[in-house]
Design a protein around this ligand. Structure first.
Ligand code: UDX
Length: 468
């Protein structure tokens, strides 16, 4: 099948960068990225893109106005496209059946309905690509909506989940570990595979059935999350038996069968995908009667909550169960380094508990804005009974954040935190001055020499209980 034009519904974290890279690698194709949000589109059309990713602006500037456009005109762009990607949010459902676990398909369904109404009189073949992360058999829902609402339409549905990680999106798209295409129609699969093959080696383009493709995406994220929960569970064991989690993790990771990635202990994983996708897998397992399997995967989430709760409890108990009006510097609020994204960040949960204890938190994060931080806290209703102006302060200078504070918490693994002048910070803090390292990022022995009391996950001086 010949392809001249591609469009994508949803100009978010996945849709925007993916279309930019398609435009960059396929200069002969017209690519349009669509979204109903006018503010988002106008930012994609400016030099202040709605998301920050290394090299993204350069690629967008290179292609925009040539073969890449960002627009609200969904109907017109879809009509003339041969391939239409659906890249809309599938958040966790917050109400009704499956609340807290299942995906909310509202945006996906409405996108498919608008595709159907625009394409109902089209005579040329269309390929609809499901790129949003979905539960298994969602492609069937897409097929049914299109069949019933655009009866004469000649179409194929493909599943082509995205594996990019935030902070490395452009590199992940340019050099993916694999491209996965699931479908029933060989010609449609080949058409999409040929486009990717312009820059991805054929051996990395995997083709499967629709259902395998949908399930593989969910399970890939679930297995990554499970590795983090596994190492975090072992960090708790290390603390009690006098072992060191960094040593144990290094040893485990040198077994080539296991590999060394995603074995870094932390205060808990965050981000828009892991919790949501694991919970969706739990819901699928429960729906098909696999209670033991559902419970197995639910434990990954329980372990994540366990980790951030015991980290917070350790801060409270170490500081004599008395945090009222104590100043605490929080280094990092993003869910991981190199991004300003705060969705499901562990920092939000830690901050909430410390605020309940009466602490005054001074947050320094190189990328997170005050508004983003407040949005995430408000989403969880964590600021309902607290004056954010007085108790949750954002700082643009880390040295200001630590002044008169009793403790520094490291919650995001930003590299720049390693280079701070901790001797200077120590002088400005109340004594004893604590550092609670939730990422095992800093040089603990150097900090101890300065005079800090350093407490870190998976190390023997970590205590989340008191004797009295
Ligand atoms: C993830 C997947 O990696 C990606 O393939 C998928 O498409 C989307 O979800 P992302 O959420 O952007 O990507 O971030 P990732 O780098 O996977 O990190 C997720 C969380 O795990 C972060 O909070 C990170 O700090 C944490 N993490 C990661 C650890 O705590 N320990 C580790 O060893 C690795």
């Amino acid at each position: 099948m010949e392809v001249h034009k591609i469009s994508c519904i949803g100009a978010g974290f996945v849709g925007g960068p993916t279309m930019a890279v398609f435009a960059y690698k396929c200069p002969d194709l017209q690519i349009s990225c669509l979204d109903l949000d006018p503010e988002k589109i106008s930012r994609w059309n400016s030099n202040e893109l709605p998301i920050y990713e290394s090299c993204l602006l350069e690629i967008v500037q290179n292609c925009r106005g040539r073969n890449l456009s960002f627009s609200n005109d969904v109907s017109n762009e879809i009509k003339n496209s041969n391939i239409i990607f659906i890249c809309v949010n599938t958040p966790t459902k917050t109400y009704g059946e499956g609340a807290g676990c299942a995906f909310d398909l509202t945006y996906l369904e409405s996108s498919v309905r608008s595709i159907a109404s625009v394409l109902k009189d089209c005579t040329d073949k269309k390929i609809i690509v499901e790129k949003s992360t979905v539960a298994v058999r969602t492609a069937e829902i897409i097929e049914q909506i299109l069949t019933h609402n655009a009866p004469g339409l000649d179409f194929s549905v493909l599943s082509n989940p995205e594996f990019l990680a935030e902070g490395t999106a452009v590199n992940d798209l340019l050099n993916p570990s694999r491209v996965l295409i699931g479908g029933k129609n060989e010609e449609a699969i080949e058409t999409l595979a040929n486009l990717y093959a312009r820059w991805v080696p054929r051996t990395k383009i995997l083709t499967t059935s629709l259902w395998s493709s949908e399930l593989s995406k969910l399970c890939s994220n679930a297995m990554l999350a499970q590795r983090i929960s596994s190492i975090n569970s072992i960090s708790a064991v290390c603390e009690r038996v006098g072992a060191d989690i960094d040593e144990v993790s290094t040893v485990i990771g040198t077994d080539e069968r296991i590999g060394n990635k995603f074995l870094r202990t932390s205060v808990g994983f965050g981000g828009s995908c892991f919790t949501k996708d694991v919970l969706c897998l739990v819901y699928i397992c429960e729906s098909i009667g696999l209670t033991d399997v559902a419970n197995y995967w639910r434990q990954v989430i329980i372990m994540n909550e366990f980790q951030r709760n015991r980290f917070t409890k350790c801060i409270i108990t170490s500081m004599n169960n008395t945090l009222k009006n104590k100043h605490i510097a929080m280094f990092g609020f993003a869910y991981k380094k190199n991004t300003g994204d705060t969705r499901e960040t562990a920092a939000c949960y830690v901050a909430s508990t410390l605020l309940e204890e009466g602490a005054i938190i001074h947050v320094y994060d190189p990328k997170v804005t005050r508004q983003m931080m407040l949005n995430e806290m408000n989403l969880h209703k964590f600021l309902d009974f607290i004056s954010a102006d007085k108790h949750l302060i954002t700082e643009t200078n880390p040295y200001e954040a630590v002044k008169n504070s009793s403790a520094i918490l490291v919650l995001t693994e930003w590299d720049c935190f390693k280079d701070f002048d901790y001797t200077r910070m120590f002088q400005d803090m109340l004594k004893p001055a604590y550092i609670f390292d939730g990422r095992n990022l800093l040089n603990h022995s150097a900090l101890r020499e300065i005079g800090f009391r350093v407490i870190a996950l998976g190390k023997s001086d970590f205590r989340d209980f008191r004797f009295c």
